[in-house]
Write a protein that binds this ligand. Structure first.
Ligand SMILES: Nc1ncnc2c1ncn2[C@@H]1O[C@H](COP(=O)(O)OP(=O)(O)OP(=O)(O)O)[C@@H](O)[C@H]1O
Ligand SMILES: [Mg+2]
Length: 535
């Protein structure tokens, strides 16, 4: 169980949430919803006990599992294998070591006490499901779409997406009473997502999940906490809605309509009373006194002012026309790449013409990100050649935001890509919803969605005619995702795209598909489109 009472959260000296109170009971499935930067991740951190609440209290009973939004933060235990790391979720790794020690001692010195100690450790192992554990771990990990032969590798060699699956597996295997999951479907394909939703449906503990994935929110939750920044007060507030995401959308729309109506009626009343009071004021005696009474009522109304809900600010993105380029934009011949072991891919050969869009498809670990990193010049291939056409300028959107540096402001990031006046550059950031003082914020402190937006703004700033996009819609809230999809769909430059987001791919209409790791090229078709989410 988890209970929050009057919790306030502060980030960067500003309150994002105040007066948050709610309870998570076993069986509760709650979605925490809000726009990028609303403060969802910060609130989750406080609930998980990783950051202090500036006001109020959080009480937790039972074991807690917390999945962070940022996959890079899960790399600390790099030398253990994925299997060991997941087993550690139930502290079984430790029990195994202890059992082995006690077994040796028992063999050396088989006293009654030593036999007892060993028996107790064995019991504990059994009680924790130790014997069945390894196969259970393999089942969970497979469910989340990690290839069987990756489970015995050290975490260090796994890709960001793979590490995140392992982390999620560890938390699910841990059998916690409370699960706090921040964007659990980032990097997951449809099979893994379906598996996860099935798991969450059966889960008997209390779940709080932050997700921009509408399908998950409609399938796996029964209650919504809506987090909204209050434009007047310091800090945003939580509103609770029963039901799934779709039900919440309907209820929220009604609420907003009702609030807007009340606010308008109240405002009209204020105007009516004030006008009346003004008229009476100069007329002396009784009337002046009456005017005072009216003034009083106006004051009271103003004090209980109902705020019309803020119209959601949509980001509106416009990409600059790509500069002129030769007919062939990119030629790739016989690429091969390995990381020490066997090759991830071999003999990858293709070419892209001006304005063409190529979708790169393949399972996790098939080398999609590696291929894009080679094209972007960030890794060397073992074999093969990459040649760019005349006047080609390449922009790279990195899946894990490697290009965003902590300790550097948003404005400085933009300035590295483009010269311009302060107001031009701030306008460019503003186009992606990164408005006002955010230009001077340390980029390392941005929320997940804001980092995605900054990366996209950097791409736009660069005036490119070839974009390499690695999962560019992760972390974006639904309206922002739509805006980015629209902008890219109408852009005339060439693109190499990696995406598990079927909506996004459908909108972009890539003409061809490169299947990894085989390097087979094919034309895009409806059948292929159905596969997008699967691969
Ligand atoms: N040190 C800081 N200085 C200023 N602002 C900060 C700082 N750290 C965080 N913020 C801001 O706090 C806000 C809340 O961030 P948080 O990560 O909680 O958002 P979120 O709701 O999880 O967003 P997303 O949907 O993008 O993941 C963001 O606007 C972020 O830029
Ligand atoms: Mg977040």
């Amino acid at each position: 169980m988890l209970r929050a009472v009057d919790v306030a959260v502060e980030v960067g000296g500003r309150k994002t949430v105040v007066g948050a109170s709610f309870t998570l009971q076993p069986g509760d499935k709650v979605g925490l919803i809000g726009r990028n930067g609303a403060g969802k991740t910060s609130l989750l951190k406080v609930l998980a006990g990783e950051a202090p609440a500036v006001e109020g209290t959080v009480t937790r009973k039972g074991a807690l599992g917390y999945l962070n939004q940022d996959p890079r933060r899960t790399a600390h235990v790099a030398e253990v294998t994925a299997l060991q790391h997941v087993l550690g979720g139930r502290e079984l790794d430790e029990v195994v070591v202890r059992m082995e020690k006690l077994r040796l001692r028992m063999e050396e010195d088989p006293t009654e006490a030593n036999v007892q100690r060993h028996a107790r450790a064995t019991d504990e192992f059994e009680r924790k499901g130790g014997y069945a554990a390894e196969s259970e771990v393999r089942r969970i990990v497979a469910g989340l779409g990690l290839a069987a032969d990756r489970v015995d590798l050290p975490l260090r060699v796994l890709s960001g997406g793979e590490r995140r699956r392992v982390e999620l597996a560890r938390i699910l295997f841990g059998g916690s009473d409370v699960l706090l999951l921040d964007e659990p479907t980032n990097h997951l394909d449809v099979d893994a997502k379906t598996w996860l939703m099935g798991f969450l449906r059966q889960y008997r503990g209390a779940l709080l999940v932050v997700s921009h994935d509408i399908e998950l929110l409609d399938e796996a939750i029964t209650r919504v906490l809506h987090l909204e920044r209050d434009p007047h007060a310091d800090g945003g507030s939580l509103t609770e809605y029963k039901g799934t995401y779709t039900q919440y959308r309907t209820a929220r729309a009604l609420d907003e309509k009702r609030l807007a109506k009340q606010a308008a009626a109240q405002q009209a009343e204020v105007v009516r009373l004030s006008t009346l009071a003004d008229k009476m004021r100069g007329q002396g005696g009784q009337r002046t006194r009456k005017a005072k009474v009216l003034d009083h009522r106006v004051e009271r109304l103003e004090a209980q002012k109902i705020d019309a809900p803020k119209v959601e600010r949509h980001i509106s993105v416009k990409l600059p026309d790509p500069p002129h380029a030769g007919r062939v934009v990119l030629e790739v011949a016989d690429l091969a790449k390995s990381y020490g072991g066997p090759s991830i891919f071999e003999d990858v050969t293709f070419a892209i013409e001006k304005g063409e869009r190529l979708l790169v498809m393949g399972l996790n670990g098939a080398g999609k990100t590696s291929l894009l990193r080679i094209l972007a010049g960030q890794t060397e291939p073992d074999l093969g050649e990459v040649r760019f056409g005349f006047n080609v300028s390449v922009g790279y959107y990195a899946q894990e935001h490697e290009n965003i540096r902590a300790g550097t402001t948003l404005l400085e990031h933009i300035q590295e890509h483009r010269a311009g006046t302060l107001s031009e550059l701030r306008g460019l950031l503003g186009m992606f919803g990164l408005t006002g003082e955010m230009a001077f914020q340390d980029a390392g402190t941005l929320s997940g969605g804001e980092k995605t937006k900054l990366s996209l703004a950097l791409l736009t700033a660069g005036r490119h005619n070839l974009l390499l996009l690695d999962e560019p819609t992760n972390n974006l809230d639904p309206p922002s995702r739509a805006a980015v999809g629209d902008a890219l769909a109408s852009w005339k430059g060439a693109m190499v795209i990696v995406s598990h987001d079927p909506e996004f791919v459908r909108e972009l209409r890539p003409q061809r598909v490169l299947l990894m790791p085989d390097g087979t090229l094919d034309y895009m078709s409806d059948d292929m489109l159905d596969l997008v989410a699967l691969a």
